[in-house]
Design a protein. Sequence first.
Length: 318
Amino acid sequence: MEIFFWCLLGLLLAGYFALAGYDYGVGLLVRAFGRDEPERRRVLGSFGPFFLGNEVWLVAAVGLLFGAFPLLEGKVFQQNYLVVVAMLLGLITFTAAVQLRSRRPGAGRGSWDLLITGGALVTTASWGVFFGNLVRGLPATGPVPVADPFSLLWGFGFVALFALHGANFLAVRGDAELAAKARYLARRLVPVVAVWVAVVAVWMLLSPQIMSTVDRTWPALAVLAVAIASLAAVWSRSPRVALAGSMTLAVLPVVLAGTLRFPYLLLSLDLNEAAASPGTLRLLTFVAVPTVAVVVLVQWLTWRMNRRPVGDRTLLHF
């Protein structure tokens, strides 16, 4: 039962990064792609129908973490307190700025655009540092260092990765001019992400501090192989294939952290100790499974209904 909920938690986080990841990526690029107000509205309108639905994946993941692994939630959030606070501030800023920037017709929106880009930057960098800490291994007690070079490298990599993801999304959802610019930028970002993947892989395999606490190295090698294949897909001439490749890249940090540290989530805490009681897990099954099924169904229907590129007649949510 514990393994089932661990996999379900990974699925929710993977869905969040694959889907909400392009929201943050578009937020990082909105000022670069939008030369005037109508163009910036079309850029933001590209993820308009998906925006709130994408955030549901994070809400569901946090709820499942609280219910199924209460001890793990307390320790992980406590040890990454500053990173989590920065992440929440960035997420709130980004979400609020996206929804408020166009409420007053004719008002100046330059400050809102800066808040969108800044919120997306803080959110993605914080997630990168957070997962860098998880991959490196959390100590038994005490907070993790915020300025650790390995974690900061992950923060930089997440910004580049989600910018690539956002560019690929705009190549699919944007009009012809916007899609062409997005594909051009995506091709420039692929080498940056590839270098980041290579540096992280070499750092991990050569670091005694990281690999000494891992019982097996095959998860890291498997994730590296999938990352290389995904980078090749991102280089494809087909925008949809490239988007699928960047989606895969976005979920790989979740897979890496979830498999590399299994079953010892912290250096002194395994999965069975972190999980709730068997009775609680059984009760949670009746809530979690239907909820996840509904989330997946709604997400699929939303994509099906909004699969066409943004045009002049598209309803803009923001």
